[in-house]
Design a protein around this ligand. Structure first.
Ligand code: NOJ
Length: 768
């Protein structure tokens, strides 16, 4: 009896303390205030006004980013039929549109203003795949912070970024927008980008709401064909593809965009398991879900119902906002009247949007992000320009440097050739919708800026980006003249380039893709260099002059022959606005390259999907040699041309063997693994030391290697540094067949090295 009384007392005290804490906790007080405000507002809204908040439109005259349905946005805003807009750029325009909502709609609910600020706003940074190649989390966070500062100064408060789709398929053009193939690195990048955009205070006028996309598995569309079907096991999803979305949610992302593809035969936009069971119930997501452009309406085309029923399905699955389909505004009222959708379901979706506006501080001040003085100061400021150059130099990856051809001397005669050598627009890459190509620095300009007047630069175009008329027509379709064919015949272009090369001490060839050859709706079944450019490199190589190839593209390319022909090879991606200056910094050694690949480069398209963290199989290839009845190809090795994590420097880093603090690890304990890294070359440089682990035996098969950590160190020539990683049992967790996230005792291999292939190894055991 006495025992029961004590138990009751303890429980009572606990309940009292919890309630008292809840009441005094400032976060709860803020949430309570927000709920009170939104309850009151919802109580005053008509059904049409609530559905109006679920409508995201792109007004005419906007920066186009895809298909559009409604052009009469103004009167829709006045009627309270729009919750947010995107593509409206500049303080003046944003102000005018906000005034429509705040002065002319019945309840004066402010709009949110969104945009695709994917790699910088008006100041254009390198594409995300390039930024990821820096492996510099602090820098990537800063790139997001700077982009947010510039975009919010111009009136925007909601960003359709970061894109965190893991992909193992470079045929898919949208790999340009993501961080590559690895879930660990992808998660770390997702999280710092959200922090960069949202900062500590979402209501501050220089931070913006992130929108993580595209939930989920968009990077695994079959055949690398954009918008195509996806299909994979749950264990694969949980282990390799879902972690970056989860990391972004854990970092506090305020919104998420669902993807075009289907998952388990139900399109993501109507997938209740994905958008409610997993996202909200398992992961605890508290923000709102927006569909991708016209994705609600596309559910009809997927074949799961007519417009009214698919709209109801999307809403019930967990979509709050319909991007440009106007399917919600067109059908949901009828569905409520027919009892197919409840008012509670509409309220739930609407509450998500109103909460976002509240958190952004828009109810307090709808013009919070509209400040012409800030726009004048921040947009295209000098400091952002130098950030763009800094980010670009750190994003480039040196893939080859025979005979230490690089860095070049700022002397003599340089032949600068290639269709991307004197080009501005392509430097910006895809998703540069807010950028001005005239502000881009071409490679020719950058090199001229870098060298004294007496250095001779012999520029020659050498080739068109592509001479294939059908391919060029497809690339240019709807988006302008990205590939222009020169009136000078291809043979003449080639011979002019050869002539320039023959007169020079060194040849720098700038080749690759036009910006529109990667990105959305830019899948390629053949990811080699176009034939015109392959011929150019062959012609240049015949001269016997050192051939420095600067490669630009939004994806890994299959370039085994060209990599052979090149004396030196730099992967510059699409470097952004400061392209020319940044390429010159790297070519002449003003910056010693430090980037590392975050996607494997295949030797041949047939190797795709190609990724470092693959399974062993029951018949693994031995030492890269093809043998009958093993898992390999007859015509190409299994190895990539350049592996994940690969990237050279003008200096050389040597690694000692790995020392472990202990050969076994118990639950609740940690061990350390240490290597000494020495800069044995003559230049100072930065190295990214990578840690991989392999679980030798599991209840389910485990990959041959998984990235578990990395550290970036700057070493002076001759300097040595101890690099230590701490490993805890949490680093050894994985999803078992029941989708439980577990550790299993047993033997592990640990690898530390300069890339995923070139490593030193050690072994340890996880004890029960
Ligand atoms: C479609 C794209 O898939 C998405 O990434 C983008 O944010 C929207 N269009 C809006 O431009």
């Amino acid at each position: 009896m006495a025992m029961r009384k004590t138990t009751f007392t303890v429980i009572a005290i606990l309940i009292y303390c919890t309630c008292a804490f809840a009441n005094n906790n400032p976060a709860n007080a803020t949430e309570g205030k927000m709920n009170g405000f939104i309850n009151d507002l919802l109580g005053r809204m008509t059904l049409e006004e609530k559905i109006g908040q679920l409508n995201l439109l792109m007004p005419s005259g906007s920066v186009p980013t895809g298909s559009v349905v409604n052009y009469d946005v103004e009167s829709s805003i006045r009627r309270g039929n729009v919750g947010a807009v995107f593509g409206v750029i500049g303080v003046e325009k944003v102000k005018r549109v906000q005034e429509l909502a705040v002065n002319e709609s019945r309840l004066k609910i402010p709009l949110m203003f969104g945009s695709d600020i994917i790699h910088g706003y008006k100041t254009t940074f390198p594409i995300p795949l390039a930024l990821a190649s820096s492996w510099n989390l602090e820098m990537i966070e800063r790139s997001a912070r700077v982009a947010a500062t510039e975009a919010t100064a111009d009136g925007l408060c909601w960003n359709f970024s970061p894109m965190v789709d893991i992909s193992r398929d470079p045929r898919w053009g949208r790999v340009a927008e993501g961080a590559g193939e690895d879930p660990y690195l992808g998660s770390r990048i997702a999280s710092v980008m959200v922090r960069g955009y949202q900062g500590d205070r979402l209501e501050a006028n220089n931070t913006m709401m992130a929108c993580v996309k595209h939930f989920a598995l968009y990077g695994t569309s079959e055949g690398g064909r954009d918008y195509n079907t996806t299909d994979m096991s749950r264990i694969m999803m949980y282990e390799y593809f879902l972690p970056p979305y989860k990391a972004a949610i854990d970092a506090g992302a305020g919104s998420i965009m669902c993807s075009f593809n289907e998952i388990d035969a139900i399109p993501a936009t109507a997938n209740k398991w994905l958008l409610t069971d997993l996202l909200r119930n398992q992961w605890g997501f508290k923000g709102f879900v927006v569909s991708d452009a016209t994705a609600v309406q596309e559910l009809v085309v997927h074949g799961i119902g007519d417009l009214q029923s698919v709209s109801a399905k999307a809403l019930k699955a967990g979509v709050n906002m319909d991007m440009v389909s106007e399917a919600f505004v067109g059908t949901l009222k009828k569905s409520v009247e027919e009892g197919k959708v409840s008012v509670e379901e509409i309220d739930r979706a609407c509450r998500g949007i109103l909460e976002a506006k509240y958190k952004l501080g828009l109810f307090e001040d709808p013009y919070r992000y509209i400040d012409a003085a800030r726009a004048d100061k921040e947009v295209l400021s000098e400091s952002k320009k130098s950030d763009a150059r800094y980010f670009a130099t750190r994003s480039m990856v040196l893939l080859k440097n025979d005979k230490q051809t690089l860095p070049l001397r700022k002397a003599g005669t340089i032949a600068l050739v290639g269709p991307l050598a004197n080009n501005k627009a392509d430097m910006l890459g895809n998703w540069a919708v807010n950028s001005n190509p005239n502000l881009a620095v071409s490679i020719l300009e950058g090199i001229r800026n870098a060298v004294p007047q007496d250095v001779h630069i012999l520029y020659s175009k050498g080739a068109n980006i592509s001479d294939d008329p059908i391919f060029n027509k497809n690339v240019n379709y709807l988006v302008g003249k990205w590939i222009e064919v020169d009136p000078i015949p291809p043979e003449t272009l080639l011979s002019q380039a050869r002539e320039a090369a023959e007169k020079a001490d060194v040849v720098v060839a700038v080749v690759g893709e036009a910006a529109e050859m990667s990105g959305e709706s830019a899948s390629r079944s053949d990811i080699s260099l176009p034939e015109s450019q392959r011929k150019l490199l062959q012609e240049l190589a015949k001269t016997g002059k050192p051939l420095v190839v600067v490669l630009m593209s939004g994806r890994p390319l299959a370039i085994p022959k060209e990599a052979d022909l090149a004396t030196s090879l730099i992967m510059a991606w699409f470097p952004g606005q400061e392209a020319g200056n940044a390429v010159a910094d790297v070519l002449f050694g003003d910056y010693n390259p430090s980037g590392k690949l975050t996607m494997s480069f295949p030797r041949a398209v047939g190797q795709i999907p190609i990724y470092y963290n693959h399974k062993n199989t029951g018949r693994p290839q031995v030492s890269g040699v093809t043998m009958k009845f093993l898992s390999n190809y007859l015509d190409v090795s299994n190895d990539p041309l350049f592996p994940f994590g690969y990237g050279l420097s003008y200096t050389t880093f040597s690694y000692s063997d790995v020392t472990l603090s202990d050969s076994s690890l118990k639950p609740g304990q940690t061990i350390t693994a240490t290597v000494n890294v020495t800069n044995i070359g003559k230049y100072d440089g930065t190295e990214t030391v990578q840690l991989y682990i392999r679980d030798i035996v599991g209840s389910v098969t485990r990959p041959v290697k998984e990235l578990k950590g990395f550290q970036q160190i700057a070493l002076k020539s001759g300097e040595t540094r101890n690099v230590t990683f701490t490993i805890s049992p949490d680093d050894l967790r994985f999803y078992n067949a029941e989708l439980q996230y577990v550790t299993e005792p047993g033997d592990f291999k640990l690898f530390i090295g300069t890339n995923s292939s070139d490593v030193k190894e050690a072994s340890f055991r996880l004890l029960p």
